[in-house]
Design a protein around this ligand. Structure first.
Ligand SMILES: Nc1nc2c(ncn2[C@@H]2O[C@H](COP(=O)(O)OP(=O)(O)OP(=O)(O)O)[C@@H](O)[C@H]2O)c(=O)[nH]1
Ligand SMILES: [Mg+2]
Length: 291
């Protein structure tokens, strides 16, 4: 059974056409109306989709989470997530489905960078590549497009993974959690259409929120690396300035105030970072063992 989940926020222009086209490839369509103020929900219902209505706008991640929870109830063989703004092409669905149906992957990402068919605005490309780089750095998967919302998930992933980030950071969160559960992740080439202004929020807040939540998940997944390494660096700098202060004092019986202050300050920051990394590390492990 193939279920397609569509997160939709004020998409009355596109939703009807997308549902009609998807009915030729999907057994069931879930539309999560994320607090739209237009007719998105009514149209989706009339078109025969299963509609989840958020009373207010929760964010893209909130919509993906609701779709995951609804799909888990239905328990299909595959869940495909597909945007409602007309940027994703129906003809690419078979590509993301195939590795799931022949059981070579648990998660398949439709990547905009595997083929040169997508004319993506430069600022978006830089943003996506930066976040994909961060995601690759913290996981041992090598992706080209960690931010693509056009994905397929198999039954196992649906059963074991629950997205929690309500923002655009959910795309990275799912991959970091999937990597920890050793799920098989692969990419296939898709074409994303960027005609006209498709985006529903400004790129700066979009980019910043995604980078911040990516950092959040990295810090939770790798606290020793994320806090520990900077902690050691600060402590080393502090040690250097402290030795400098002591040497100057033994030589001149005078304390160089700013050097001493830098020494004390960096040692303090280093200690706080190190203690945080150890505490978070033990906390995360306790929580993991409980889960
Ligand atoms: N932006 C945004 N999209 C949402 C939200 N909730 C659901 N969506 C849907 O999530 C999908 C992706 O949102 P987009 O704004 O298109 O994000 P994007 O594709 O990364 O950005 P663009 O390339 O600029 O379109 C669309 O189908 C939106 O309708 C929300 O709170 N904000
Ligand atoms: Mg879009």
């Amino acid at each position: 059974m193939i279920v397609v989940g569509i997160p939709a926020y004020n998409e009355e222009k596109n939703i009807a056409g997308i549902i009609i086209k998807l009915q030729s490839v999907a057994d069931l369509i879930i539309v999560c109306n994320d607090g739209s103020s237009d007719l998105t929900s009514t149209i989706a219902e009339k078109m025969g989709a299963v509609v989840i209505n958020h009373p207010k706008n929760l964010g893209y991640g909130g919509a993906i989470r609701s779709i995951f929870l609804k799909a888990r109830e239905i328990n299909p063989d595959v869940l495909v997530t597909f945007d409602a703004d007309g940027q994703h092409r129906i003809e690419d669905i078979s590509k993301v489905l195939e590795p799931i149906l022949n059981n070579t992957s648990d998660i398949v990402i439709g990547s905009r960078f595997l083929e040169q068919s997508t004319k993506i605005p430069k600022y978006r490309k830089i943003g996506i590549k930066t976040i994909t780089g961060l995601t690759n750095a913290t996981t041992n998967i090598k992706l080209t497009d960690s931010q693509s919302g056009f994905r397929a998930y198999n039954k196992k992933v649906l059963g074991e993974l629950t997205p929690s980030d309500y923002g655009m950071g959910v795309s990275t969160e799912i991959l970091i959690k999937a990597n920890n559960k050793k799920f098989r992740i692969s990419e296939v080439p898709i074409t994303v259409l960027y005609e006209g202004n498709t985006s529903t929020h400004n790129p700066v807040s979009h980019g910043t929120s995604v980078i911040l939540s990516t950092m959040k998940f990295i810090s939770i997944e790798h606290p020793l690396k994320f806090y520990g390494i900077p902690g050691i660096i600060f402590l080393a700098i502090g040690l250097f300035f402290t030795v400098w202060t002591i040497q100057a004092f033994t030589a001149t019986r005078q304390i160089i105030t700013n050097v001493a202050l830098i020494g004390i300050g960096t040692i303090l920051i280093g200690t706080v970072l190190l203690v945080t990394s150890i505490m978070l590390y033990s906390l995360v492990n306790v929580v993991r063992e409980r889960r």
